[in-house]
Design a protein around this ligand. Structure first.
Ligand SMILES: [Cu+2]
Length: 181
């Protein structure tokens, strides 16, 4: 008698366990499915972003900062033309050899060079002499003599821009024009 009760209790426990397991399994499957859907849509977004990246033509530019006196200092070249919707890989080389000839590259809205350069002095060395200003599009750090650095950025929208060196005293001698077309 006792064993029969025990047996039927075992059966009940087994059934309960099965139900619990089944329902758990079911819901796990469901959540798996939904996370998979999420993953798929994330992958799609990523793929689209990558496609957009791929569409951008890579333009490699080497820009020289040179000169040993305040009147000699200049960018070379003084004009850069890049296609719109491109990805720019710009290498800035400081070819000055006189002590203290430090340079940076700051791409700014056309005509804003003087104000950005002045604000850059106030921003100080800790900020690479680059002020927080929405007319600054992109910039490099300040380079010592003989140093070089490479930055990558998406070309701004079609139009003309100035690039300047904001190291104190180097503007307006160090200015160039970037045309995006
Ligand atoms: Cu400079």
């Amino acid at each position: 008698m006792e064993s029969t009760v025990l047996n039927s209790m075992k059966k009940i426990i087994f059934i309960i366990c099965s139900v619990v397991l089944t329902s758990c399994g079911g819901s796990t499957e469901k959540s798996d499915n939904s996370s998979q859907t999420e993953k798929t849509s994330q992958t799609k977004v990523k793929a689209e972003a990558t496609e957009k990246e791929v569409e951008r033509e890579l333009v490699e530019i080497t820009l020289i900062a040179k000169g040993e006196t305040m009147t000699e200092i200049a960018f070379e070249p003084k004009t850069l033309t890049i296609p719109k919707n491109s990805k720019v890989r710009l290498t800035l080389k400081n070819e000055s050899v006189m002590a203290g000839m430090l340079h940076n590259f700051v791409l700014v809205a056309l005509g804003s060079g003087q104000e950005i350069a002045t604000a850059g002095i106030a921003a100080g060395e800790a900020n690479s002499f680059v002020p927080k200003d929405n007319r600054v599009i992109v910039n490099t750090k300040v380079l010592k003599m003989g140093e070089e650095t490479t930055i990558e950025f998406n070309s701004p929208e079609a139009g003309s821009y100035h690039y300047i060196c904001t190291f104190p005293g180097h503007y307006p001698n160090m200015i160039g024009r970037m045309n995006v077309q």
